[in-house]
Design a binder for this molecule. Structure first.
Ligand code: NAD
Length: 551
């Protein structure tokens, strides 16, 4: 009888499958459920609410069994976390094809999804949970680092040194903000109502110090800013109270954002409510709590707009605080942009996105060797150098050692080729699984996040992720996935992913060169199609063919 048990990917070079492509899928599926990696491994939940790696334990066992016997010219089909067939294909075809959580448009809502899930017919795959390439919290840290690096590049000459960032929310994801700011050499004041959130971030070395008061926080921040010394400061309090006060007092803030859990009004503390009473009040009077939370968010967002009017760089960090403030009647809520149109889209135009790889040997030294090789390969890329150096010092591996960094079209294929050579010539102890998040330049349609405010209004067009998946299948990826609802929920996104295994063979090298050129190439063509100039120059420079520009 199958049931919950601890799962951990095997390490080393001994294969339990018929080849490294199948072995990699097997180890990455198991790695997603490693207790060091997954949030609730006994429920097969990896991260992001209920994002799962397999539908149920029986399906998990069937996938493991099948991957162990899968031949080099066979493909296992996975339907929402359950293996439903094995077909004869060919050596260039993916070993696994995955479709998770997809629903027909009119049925694409949480209620219907939960009904079908209760019948055992589907599962929520999030982005990298059901596609077996989640690598723990390194991903959010790197994404946040990259966003602040883009803010620095856009507005502050490439560094946050000498600037003060003001933000709130030191929770699971928002807790990456202080470290991401100091990694960019800036100063951050981070507000949270929960003293434990501040303590936890200090313990984990994501936050440097805790201030005793607002005045103390500002004094520490100004001293560090003037010395161009990175520093992150935790400040206990309600952002909806502190931001308006700081604005009124003319606090010298250069950048303002927010990562309180504003997407859920029952998780945002209204002004005038004690933190200790929050849970019981939200449970007993949800309507009343929601109204007051929204009113507080309106005050919070109004202060953010005030900082923007005073010249600060202000952006929404994907938590829906603008929408909630608007619901409370604040009319200027959308005066500042979301982070994707403001900073990330120019990177997407270059085919840049969250490239990642995991060492199937289980040896940290394999990742350290790839880190060094990557820095030698891209000697000019300062932001990459800073990230890799700091990640080497500060990131603790969870499960199989892994690394993430943002690379663009024209870079990922070079890195992948080099990694494959390093496996082939014995520099690395075993092959690497090279993949990415579904949140990438050409792989996702998500009008509230990745495709918010596209230049041509094509926010909700979902042909792109489907083409992305098909091109990766045609190019030789090891496994390819198409999911619905990751990140922002049912009905709101469609996205695709790929993982390619560098096993050191000539064949793997040929596949990797194609996949890692074409996959980020989708980002370039998607943004050329939407009318972005940067994408057009990148296409010209790198020879990405766009038929409609060849007339
Ligand atoms: P979380 O629930 O773990 O943490 C939220 C924190 O906000 C808590 O520590 C809470 O004490 C604090 N908080 C609540 N009300 C507050 C108030 N009035 N003043 C100050 N602090 C308050 O959430 P998380 O996982 O850190 O995510 C935070 C938000 O960011 C979510 O809305 C999430 O959807 C969003 N998010 C967006 C992206 C993205 O698009 N890049 C990535 C990750 C998270």
């Amino acid at each position: 009888m199958s049931g919950p048990r601890p799962v951990r990917a095997p390490r080393g070079t001994e294969l339990s499958a018929l080849g490294w492509q199948q072995e990699a899928a097997l180890r990455m599926l198991q790695n997603n459920l490693d207790p060091e990696v997954a949030e609730h491994p006994d429920k097969l939940v990896v991260y992001g609410g209920t994002g799962k790696a397999a539908r149920d334990w029986r399906s998990f066992d069937a996938m493991v069994r099948t991957l162990r016997t899968l031949k080099q010219d066979e493909t296992m089909l996975v339907q929402s976390g359950r293996p439903v067939g094995v077909m004869q294909t060919h050596e260039w075809a993916p070993r696994v094809l995955i479709a998770n959580s997809n629903l027909v448009g009119d049925w694409a809502n949480w209620e219907e999804f939960r009904r079908l899930e209760a019948l055992g017919l589907t599962m929520y795959g999030q982005m990298t949970a059901g596609s077996w390439i989640y690598i723990g919290t390194q991903g959010i840290l790197q994404g946040t680092y990259e966003t602040f690096a883009a803010v620095a590049a856009k507005r502050f000459g490439g560094t946050l040194a000498g600037t003060i960032t003001l933000t709130a929310g030191l929770g699971g994801m928002g807790g990456a903000q202080p470290l991401a700011v100091t990694m960019n050499d800036g100063v951050a004041i981070c507000i949270d109502v929960d003293p434990r959130a501040i303590e936890r971030r200090i313990e984990h070395k994501y936050l440097d110090v805790r201030a005793d008061s607002l005045e103390h926080a500002l004094q520490l921040a100004v001293e560090a800013r003037d010395a161009r010394r990175p520093l992150s400061i935790g400040l206990l309090g309600n952002a909806a109270e502190l931001l308006p006060r700081m604005l009124a007092e003319g606090a010298p803030v250069d950048i303002v954002t927010d990562q309180t859990s504003a997407h859920d009004p029952l998780a945002y503390l209204p002004v005038g409510v004690d933190f200790d009473d929050m849970a019981s009040y939200a449970a007993e009077k949800p309507a009343d709590f929601t109204r007051r939370a929204r009113e507080s968010m309106a005050a919070h967002v109004e202060a953010m707009v005030g900082f923007m009017d005073a010249g600060a760089e202000v952006f929404d960090y994907g938590n829906s605080i603008r929408g909630e403030a608007q619901l409370a009647g604040y009319t200027r809520a959308f005066d500042f942009p979301g982070f994707v149109p403001a900073y990330i889209r120019p990177l997407f135009c270059e085919g840049k996105g969250p490239f990642r790889w995991a060492a199937l040997s289980g040896e940290a030294s394999d990742i350290h060797k790839t880190d060094k090789a990557l820095l030698d390969l891209f000697p000019e890329n300062e932001s990459l150098h800073r990230w890799i150096r700091m990640a080497g010092e500060r990131v603790h591996f969870q499960g199989l050692p892994a690394r993430i960094c943002w690379l663009g079209q024209g870079e990922r294929d070079k890195a992948g080729d080099m990694f494959n050579d390093m496996v082939g010539n014995g520099t690395l102890a075993a092959p690497l699984a090279i993949g990415r998040d579904h949140l990438d330049c050409g792989s996702v349609a998500s009008p509230y996040r990745e495709t918010e405010a596209m230049l041509d209004g094509s926010d909700a067009i979902a042909d792109w992720p489907l083409l992305n998946a098909m091109v990766n299948v045609a190019s030789g990826a090891s496994w390819v996935s198409i999911h619905h609802g990751g990140g922002v929920g049912m009905g709101r996104s469609i996205h695709a992913g790929q993982v390619s295994v560098a096993d050191g063979t000539k064949l793997a090298g040929e596949k990797i060169r194609r996949v890692l050129t074409n996959d980020p190439g989708m980002g370039v063509i998607r943004h050329v199609d939407a009318g972005y100039d940067i994408a057009e120059s990148v296409a010209d420079e790198r020879g990405v063919r766009i038929p409609m520009r060849e007339e």
